[in-house]
Design a protein around this ligand. Structure first.
Ligand SMILES: NC(=O)c1ccc[n+]([C@@H]2O[C@H](COP(=O)([O-])OP(=O)(O)OC[C@H]3O[C@@H](n4cnc5c(N)ncnc54)[C@H](O)[C@@H]3O)[C@@H](O)[C@H]2O)c1
Length: 275
């Protein structure tokens, strides 16, 4: 990709949750557009993933084990990135504790609202919302100080604009769901839209554009086909997303192709939230 508005040459990005399903696709998208990436994840496998990625693509990337709920870890992570790759231009807040509901091994049996513990509430929000706040505070502030432009992308969800349809999680014969999408997921994803709007105006004069990207349900091989059938019934395009279908949107939001866009939520959900 040469001299186009989509080119990310000489731009360094940090992607959180980069060892996960979508995070790795965001990273690949940036590398394919000539950008450089630091992969942050709490899971140590991020180091091996980054080595493999670097070999496979020849792109410039580095992996760091960072817990986004710990401000000091973010500060030292950023120092390491800027030392090796140079000034950071963009941040993708992608990491989340994401209960993948349709999977056979889903672990959210205690997520019913009546029994939802304060501990779980605080734990989920610390990753899914506070983590994005801390990352934006540390890295966004550094980008803002340079007054040289930059982007922040908050990865939300179709559940940032609609409520979960708990009926699709009900098991056969159940009067009442034993498994529900946790309240914290909705609250955090709506909260990320608030953070997006707040920062888009707060840092507009520093040239930082802040947008959200809201994916719909992404298919993976562990998802129960019976669940897929119920879910796609709610989606006009009648299918789940493939994991690489957000790459174009990531490059768009990271690049000058979206130069007049800020404070918005790009919803890419096969039309689910339209019905
Ligand atoms: N997969 C989907 O169907 C889907 C749909 C809509 C939105 N999303 C959103 O997309 C994003 C990525 O989802 P995914 O499916 O790739 O999730 P995933 O579970 O595959 O990956 C999440 C990654 O975040 C990391 N992480 C968790 N806590 C962390 C912490 N404290 N510090 C640093 N890293 C941490 C995990 O180790 C993991 O690698 C999430 O924000 C999710 O809510 C996903």
């Amino acid at each position: 990709m040469k001299n186009t508005i989509f080119d990310l040459k000489n731009r360094v990005f940090v992607v959180t949750g980069a060892a996960g399903l979508l995070g790795l696709n965001h990273v690949e998208a940036i590398l394919e557009a000539n950008g450089q990436v630091a992969l942050f994840d709490i899971d140590p496998k991020v180091i091996k993933i980054t080595e493999e990625l670097s070999k496979r693509t020849g792109g410039t990337c580095m992996g760091l084990v960072v817990d986004i709920t710990k401000e000091m870890e973010i500060i030292s992570g950023l120092q390491a990135v800027e030392k090796k790759l140079g000034p950071v231009y963009g941040l993708i807040n992608n990491a989340a504790y994401n209960a993948k509901m349709g999977e056979k091994k889903v672990k959210t049996t205690s997520a019913r609202f009546e029994e939802f513990s304060l501990g779980q509430w605080e734990n989920d929000l610390s990753v899914n919302l506070t983590g994005a706040f801390l990352m934006s505070k540390v890295i966004g502030s550094k980008i803002a100080k340079r007054k040289n432009g930059g982007v922040i992308i908050n990865i939300a969800s179709d559940l940032s604009v609609i409520a979960p349809d708990q009926r699709i999680y009900k098991k056969p014969g159940e009067k009442e769901n034993t498994v529900v999408k946790p309240v914290t997921y909705s609250v955090a994803k709506h909260g990320l839209i608030g953070l997006t709007k707040y920062l888009s105006t707060y840092w507009a004069d520093k040239g930082i554009r802040v947008n959200a990207l809201s994916p719909g349900g992404v298919y993976n091989k562990d998802i129960d086909p019976k669940f897929v059938k119920k879910l796609i019934n709610l989606i006009p395009m009648a299918r789940m997303a493939m994991q690489d279908e957000y790459k174009g949107a990531i490059v768009f939001l990271c690049s000058d192709a979206s130069s007049y866009m800020t404070g918005n939520n790009l919803v890419i959900d096969g039309g689910r939230s339209i019905w």
